[in-house]
Design a protein around this ligand. Structure first.
Ligand code: PHE
Length: 337
């Protein structure tokens, strides 16, 4: 009996197959409850003479383990050949990586800051949560003055007022606080106004404001600077025109139009058939602003300007709805790669 089982063990070790069906047949040959070899041998166990029982038990267990090991071994071999069997065409081109791109607002911001840095402007940044002093008082907005209503403010706290900055002129107040002329800086950043969201307005948008203070800075310098900017940004043939306007912190103040970049000034539906597009506000820094920021208004003069980045981007790329910038629709964003 024992020799017969030992032979079976050798047979089991030599067994091989390459599919799960044959392996199942092999398993049943030994483990089947009805007529499996092992089932039957275990049944025979009681007929084995007492003195042989121990040895027989050992070989029987060896057989059982050998069958189980062989099944495990063959099963893992079949499974691994299964997956490596998948037909691979290594000559196929790879899948394109889905790369991100810069947001058009960042791209336009970078372009604007680059143009002004060529004129020697440095970049300054400041906090988005501000106090009344930096956003209004230091910029010649008198207490209770209706001009404060020009910019619908989001207040964080009242008395003392803490608010979300409505323009980045607040950064320029900080620059004046910390340095003396010559000052030549631009401040890009996010600003907040309590406005209804529409195709032309949003409660969060981006601005770039510029400030230049030195001896003998004149309105002609302002105009020349803005003309340079307009031609660099919108093309060599761009013309600018200045219309009188009002801001509390500049005197005189103006609004600047460029000749319509889409129709070249002939008139189209973007410029509403006027041939002109408004792009920014500007003016000579009011002496009150210089004085309240400890700058000698007899010795120094300066100019300031401010523009919305969204507006510049809309004009440059012919985008009709400002909300597109905030929706993060990849079909829109990918056009600016
Ligand atoms: N701060 C103004 C605004 O946000 C823009 C501006 C800046 C106008 C500088 C004139 C001079 O509307």
């Amino acid at each position: 009996m024992t020799t017969k089982v030992k032979e079976l063990i050798e047979e089991v070790k030599k067994f091989s197959c390459d599919n799960l069906e044959d392996l199942e047949v092999f398993r049943l040959r030994f483990f089947s409850k009805k007529n499996g070899k092992l089932t039957e041998l275990f049944k025979d166990f009681k007929n084995v003479p007492k003195e042989e029982k121990k040895d027989f038990g050992i070989v029987l267990n060896n057989l059982k383990n050998a069958v189980s090991d062989q099944i495990d071994f063959l099963k893992s071999k079949i499974n691994s050949t299964d997956s490596s069997d998948i037909k691979l065409d290594l000559s196929l081109p790879g899948y394109a990586e889905n790369k991100g791109s810069r947001h058009p607002i960042s791209m336009v911001k970078n372009e604007i800051t680059e143009i002004f840095s060529r004129l020697g402007f440095t970049i300054s940044e400041g906090p988005e949560i501000e106090d009344d002093h930096h956003v209004f008082s230091a910029l010649n907005f008198p207490e209770e003055h209706p001009a404060r209503d020009m910019q619908d403010t989001f207040f964080v706290e009242k008395n003392p007022d803490i608010l979300l900055r409505t323009h980045t002129s607040s950064v320029q107040v900080r620059v004046m606080d910390n340095s003396q002329p010559p000052i030549r800086t631009i401040s890009p950043g996010r600003v907040f106004r309590n406005e209804a969201i529409s195709a032309r307005a949003h409660c969060i948008f981006h601005q770039i404001e510029g400030l230049y203070i030195d001896e003998n800075v004149s309105f002609a310098d302002l105009k020349q600077t803005l003309m340079y900017f307009a031609k660099e940004m919108f093309g060599k043939d761009t013309k600018i025109r200045l219309r009188p306007s009002y801001f509390p912190f500049t005197e005189p103040s103006a609004e600047v139009d460029i000749s319509c970049s889409l129709c070249g000034g002939k008139g189209c539906n973007v410029c509403k058939y006027t041939g002109w597009l408004e792009i920014l506000g500007c003016g000579m820094v009011d002496p009150n602003v210089l004085e309240s920021n400890n700058i000698d208004s007899v010795k120094y003069t300066g100019f300031a300007f401010g523009m919305g980045i969204e507006r510049i981007a809309m004009l440059k790329y012919g985008i009709k709805d400002l909300r597109m910038f905030f929706e993060n629709d990849l079909r829109f964003l990918k056009q600016f790669v």
